[in-house]
Design a protein around this ligand. Structure first.
Ligand code: UD1
Ligand code: UDP
Length: 351
């Protein structure tokens, strides 16, 4: 079979690594990189570290408003589908690259495989929610990471080819964790001591684009005692630069450039707690058994909330600080598959 895979953003490269490895054992895969993420530390580094095959097409779309960015991808992907005539188009998650790929394919009657289907925040103000709902409704195979995702799709009357295969991000962690612990020097290089620092990531539009929420988040960082390391997403960095915010006044805060996947796994594993609004990082915290505080009003990963393994706090300063200081002792369960989700996906599509 010939599969056309659409990638564009950092978490999609990570998800693609285990799937491409399995897919290429028996099938032909062509990769389209939309160019949604393009800084070397947001893109190339993942292809190199995770041995993801070089993209066959690079669309170079770059940053723009949603309509322009998605529209440019849509037009270019349509041309590629017409030329390549793939049997399936494969998309991941919920970014603008996901929607462009699934829409282009569905209009040309090429069946769509959606990996990480069925997630919902029930907040349509999030661009991701719009992208994932639309993609799920035009997909042929919906590979879900959890039972919650299956139920979400059933509630929208999507029942055909809806399968819980576990989470391909868990596959990636299982495959790379040992390597990360051996190779990464991120803890030493940043003068950190294991279990004596907090790891921060913030990039969601709902936080970066809302002054009140962002100010609250920064105020909480000021009031959290101890060392905090923050590999800053370019979206957040640009927003704060434009507003003239000086992060160097926050005591104990080390702002660093985005790191590669192996360094990120090492930083997550060594942290005493993780403070984030990322979807992927919430899950990785759970996989690493590191308590997490999520600065959002909803999470798609509701399973991680059990036993306060992940505490959903929104952006109220006191709630953030209280959750960060709270002693928790969760029981971590095998909620995201067995590390062989990619293999299951490929077997199902093959059969
Ligand atoms: C996108 C996804 C989001 C995902 C995130 C993963 C959408 C709507 N959003 O958000 O779901 O969680 O990726 O990281 O698809 N920028 C750079 N260099 C880059 C990439 C981005 O400087 O390589 C800056 C630009 O200023 C750009 C901004 O970041 O305007 C936002 O980038 P964009 O890809 O539009 O959205 P993300 O916030 O990265
Ligand atoms: N990540 C990384 N380096 C960083 C920050 C994140 O490698 O500096 C990885 C992280 O380990 C996870 C993924 O990027 O696998 C999460 O992506 P992101 O937070 O950008 O997006 P989301 O998951 O929220 O869509």
């Amino acid at each position: 079979m010939k599969i056309l895979t659409i990638l564009g953003a950092r978490p999609q490269f990570i998800k693609a690594a285990p799937v491409s490895r399995e897919l290429r054992k028996n099938h032909t895969e062509l990769i389209v990189h939309t160019g949604q993420h393009y800084d070397p530390n947001m893109s190339d580094i993942f292809f190199e570290e995770l041995n993801i095959p070089k993209p066959d097409y690079h669309l170079g779309v770059g940053s723009a408003n949603h309509g322009k960015q998605t529209g440019e991808m849509l037009a270019q992907i349509e041309t590629i589908i017409l030329d390549e005539k793939p049997d399936y188009v494969l998309v991941y998650g919920d970014t603008n690259s996901t929607l462009a790929g699934s829409l282009a394919a569905a209009k040309l009657h090429v069946p769509v495989i959606h990996i990480e289907a069925g997630l919902r925040s029930f907040n349509k103000k999030m661009p991701e929610e719009v992208n994932r709902i639309l993609t799920d409704h035009i997909s042929e195979f919906l590979f879900c990471p959890t039972d919650t995702a299956i139920n979400n799709l059933h509630n929208e009357n999507i029942t055909r080819n809806v399968i819980n295969v576990g989470d391909v991000m868990y596959d990636a962690v299982v495959y790379n964790k040992k390597l990360a612990m051996e190779k990464s020097k991120a803890i030493e290089e940043n003068n950190l001591t294991e279990k004596d620092y907090y790891l921060i990531t913030i990039h969601r539009a709902e936080n970066t684009d809302d002054d009140t929420r962002m100010n609250n988040i920064l105020e909480s960082f000021k009031q959290i005692n101890g060392i905090k390391v923050w590999p800053i997403h370019p979206r957040t960095k640009n927003m704060l630069l434009n507003k003239g915010v000086d992060l160097s006044v926050i005591p104990g805060l080390k702002v660093i450039e985005p790191v590669g996947y192996l360094d990120m796994l090492a930083l997550e594993n060594g942290a005493k707690k993780i403070i984030t609004d990322s979807g992927g990082v919430q899950k990785e915290a759970y996989f690493m058994k590191v308590p997490c505080v999520t600065v959002r009003d909803q999470t798609e990963w509701v399973e991680t909330l059990e036993g306060n393994a992940n505490i959903l706090v929104g952006t109220d300063v006191n709630k953030i600080i209280e959750a960060v200081n709270m002693e928790v002792n969760p029981i971590y369960k095998e909620l995201f598959g067995d590390g062989f989700s990619a293999r299951k996906i490929v077997q199902i599509v093959t059969n």
